[in-house]
Design a protein around this ligand. Structure first.
Ligand SMILES: [Zn+2]
Ligand SMILES: [Zn+2]
Length: 196
């Protein structure tokens, strides 16, 4: 697939400059046309191995069945980058939003809502492949909502443990579980609270 087919500028979006911006990494190199996997065009920074990928191109690539042919491998010592400053989209220069994937490792993907594209730091594509995580899935509202809920629950858990002690909370969890197994949990709870 030729890059030009997917180039947002050539798709008639006049709000965009036809000049691609340099990568935000150290030597600010220009991005070059590449493919992330056969049949998946991207713009790559040769310096940091970051990739800008249009989500439509990714969808097309998934629909073509290409992912099944991939043999995912994760570099042994690869870790996602510690939280870096917000990144500007190299195509439109708008600040991208950063979304977690919640996997192991937990990758932070930068998404440009304007270009419907993502920026993947070097190593992130391999990590996604390794986790067999689909971009569309991990970027979906449902996935992101579940992640936020899980994060909020983790925070609540840490708070109650700090206030009441981990031992107490473990006991509460054990009793709750036991209560749920009773035929009449409401009645049993009343017995616990008020006696009989
Ligand atoms: Zn770079
Ligand atoms: Zn953009």
């Amino acid at each position: 697939m030729a890059w030009t087919k997917a180039d947002p500028f050539l798709n008639g979006d006049t709000t965009m400059s036809n000049t691609w911006h340099c990568c935000a990494c150290d030597h600010r190199p220009a991005l070059s046309e590449q493919s992330l996997s056969p049949g998946l065009p991207t713009r790559e920074c040769v310096e940091c191995n970051g990739h800008w990928v249009r989500l439509d191109d990714h969808r097309e690539w998934v629909a073509s069945g290409a992912p099944q042919a991939e043999a995912p491998e994760l570099a042994e010592h690869w870790l996602p980058e510690a939280d870096s400053p917000a990144r500007a989209c190299p195509a439109c220069q708008r600040i991208m939003e950063r979304l977690r994937t919640g996997g192991q490792p937990d990758i932070r993907i930068d998404r440009c809502v304007h270009c419907h594209a993502v920026w993947l730091d070097g190593g992130e594509w391999a990590a996604l492949q390794f986790q067999q995580a689909r971009l569309d899935d991990v970027l979906s509202d449902m996935w992101q909502r579940q992640l936020r809920e899980a994060q909020a629950q983790e925070r609540r858990d840490a708070q109650v443990r700090q206030r009441h002690g981990a031992e107490c909370i473990d006991e509460v969890l054990r009793i709750r579980q036991w209560l749920q197994q009773q035929a009449e949990p409401g009645v049993v709870l009343k017995l616990i609270r008020n006696g009989w």
